[in-house]
Design a binder for this molecule. Structure first.
Ligand code: FE
Length: 306
């Protein structure tokens, strides 16, 4: 059997009916996408001669994997693909330059304390790891200091766990999570307990997929950022530690050229100097965030002295 089977009138009519093509109600864009998606599934079935048992095995996997969808999407390369696609569309529109975007990942929590100055991100002691000192300036396309930016920063602890998502239950809420309000000079500085890389949950849906693909599920140590400022395009990015064993082999494809600083490590301290460059906002939406669903917790203290 070849793919011409999909073009049979009986199959094409089935696709039209399934996608509600002839129905007056519903969302036309969704109908078109849904029809193509359904046809793509049918083509996969024919191309790989997928059996009924294999197909229902895949459905079972999807049903069981919903809690890890935020790991499966980056692990399969789709989240990085979205970045590459947005980059390519930007290039077509003449929007180039600035710090590269990279994947958000699933572990941002809205509502982190809003702080100013030279900020300490780590509330918990987290012994046995270095103190990370990271600082730099946020500029715009012409090198101008970006005024009144807010830097959202979040990272794991030395065990690779994020506050709010830590199964040991040992982290203080918003440990290693802050929103840093910058001033007129665009400068930021924070210190924290140096994070470790992490792996997907052993035995979970992502791990099972990675094993079936002969891959691992490890990320290098990294620090996530959103940077927003009036008049500028919100940047979603992260730095990955260039000296991490997985720096060049990130299962989530989050590492990118220009985002791999190698810390200067001296004794108990690690230093990273890193400047961010934002693009100017072109449309009002550029200053906002994608509408991706994110965890949200009300911060007890909206502003605290650093
Ligand atoms: Fe992360």
């Amino acid at each position: 059997m070849d793919l011409s089977f999909i073009q049979k009138p009986e199959i094409q009519q089935l696709l039209d009916r399934a996608a509600g093509v002839q129905e007056s109600g519903g969302n036309p864009r969704l109908k078109a996408i849904f029809r193509d998606l359904t046809q793509s599934v049918m083509e996969l079935i024919v191309k790989h001669d997928i059996s009924e048992s294999e197909f229902w095995g895949a459905m079972q996997y999807l049903a069981e994997s919903s809690a890890e969808i935020g790991l499966i999407v980056p692990g399969t390369g789709i989240e990085h693909f979205l970045d590459l696609y947005m980059d390519a569309k930007d290039a077509e529109a003449g929007l180039t330059g600035g710090t590269p975007r990279t994947i958000e990942g699933p572990l941002y929590v809205a509502g982190a304390p809003l702080v100013e100055g030279d900020v300490n991100l780590s509330v918990d002691a987290d012994e046995g790891t270095q103190t990370l000192y990271m600082s730099g300036i946020v500029t715009g396309p012409d090198g101008e200091a970006v005024e009144d930016a807010i830097v959202h920063v979040w990272h794991a602890n030395s065990q690779g766990w994020y506050s709010h998502f830590d199964p040991t239950g040992e982290q203080t809420p918003f440990n290693n999570r802050r929103r840093i309000r910058l001033g007129k000079d665009g400068r930021y500085a924070f210190h924290s307990r140096q994070p470790s890389g992490y792996s997907v949950p052993p035995g979970g849906a992502t791990d099972r997929l990675m094993q079936a693909l002969g891959r691992h599920g490890n990320r290098p140590a990294h620090v996530h950022f959103f940077i927003e400022a009036p008049g500028y395009r919100t940047l979603t990015t992260q730095i990955n530690f260039g000296d991490d064993p997985f720096a060049a082999d990130d299962f989530a494809f989050g590492t990118r050229e220009g985002l791999l600083p190698v810390p200067s490590r001296q004794g108990d301290s690690a230093y990273i100097a890193f400047d961010f460059q934002l693009q100017r906002a072109v449309t009002a939406g550029d200053e906002g965030f994608s509408s991706r669903a994110r965890a949200e917790v009300a911060a007890e203290r909206q502003v605290e002295a650093a």
